[in-house]
Ligand binder design. Sequence first.
Ligand SMILES: Cc1ncc(COP(=O)(O)O)c(C=O)c1O
Length: 393
Amino acid sequence: MINLNHQLDLIRQSPTVAMADRVNSLKAQGEKIIGLQTGDPDFPTHPGIQNVAMKALRGGWTHYGPSRGFLDVRQAVAAKLDRDNGVTYDPESEILMTHGGIHAYYIAMQSLINPGDDVLIPDPSYATHVNMAIMLRANAIRVPSLPENGFLPSIDAWERALTPNTRVMVINYPSNPTGVYPSYDYLKMLQDFASANHLWVVSDEVYENLYYEHHPICASKFFGAKDRTILIHSLSKTYAMTGWRVGYLAATVSVIENALKAGQNSITCVAPFIQKAAAFALGDPEIQQYAALMRENYLRRRDRILQVSTEYQSSKVAITPPMGAFYFFLDMRALKMSSIEICERILNDAKVGLVPGAAFGQHGEGFVRMTTAASDDEVEAGFRKIIEWAETH
Ligand SMILES: Cc1ncc(COP(=O)(O)O)c(C=O)c1O
């Protein structure tokens, strides 16, 4: 037997990445595939951000920087959190720059978790939330987040999942894969639940700028919530900067001090020229307009899909209109096939790449995730192909 870390045997390769690899290899063989599997904006990073990065590169911002991030960058983060989210964080001590949202989540969880702790995570949800908990030798307890309940776990479901070892709850609104985000009252209820049970709330808000209804409410914006809530943020989705790998954590000082150790000993720092570009992206008014323009594009595609869905009146593909993010979580349970089989067959027959709902948890079974982060034409043509395929099965 090879002597490796067996904890990683408990984790499967990311089905999103696996599907992207398959779509790319089919495309390389000359197949015409509509790839609606990846959550990566189809827009370029704004040239203004690129210019700042290039100037910083040429200006010598090419050495190690402080592990927390430069103070001016953290000040830009604090100003953004105040402006967009209505929450106050001290740039000196309550903010830490990270390699994207995924790394922010990783070091947040490293800062909180001891082996054997229980962590509550809705099902379905972004697979990394569970995988990271497992990597840290915690137990991920899934909280059913059912379509019948608008993809939000009922308070009873949270209560039932609770154990004496539960120390953390993870939430992600707007949600990948469902696009749902809750009302003020629901979030208040979650914070009351966390407070009553002495839980940390890790809130992944990387889709906060992609909303089609009221502005999503920041999880720490409740009385007393800041002391138990860790905010996970990223520039990836809001500013079409997925490849830049930059995000940040906002939390109370004790968590940031732990996260600083975790960050220092894993990445040292976020590349200084990237940090400078991030500060510009977060603060510049023209860039905020660009972000709003991208949101309008996702909204137009979402509305188009809703119209097409009404046009077909399909009994095989049901839709809960997403409130945010850039995904549709298509309910294809009527086909009575596994979500993997549905995705395989749609890829083979209709030439559309999707992600099986089971990748997000057992309650995602029978669903598939389709992104709207592709051109208007691709999104509409892909969706039509999915429905037309489903109607013949
Ligand atoms: C819910 C959620 N959190 C975090 C991430 C990671 O984003 P980043 O590129 O900032 O690491 C993603 C990416 O798809 C996501 O869907």
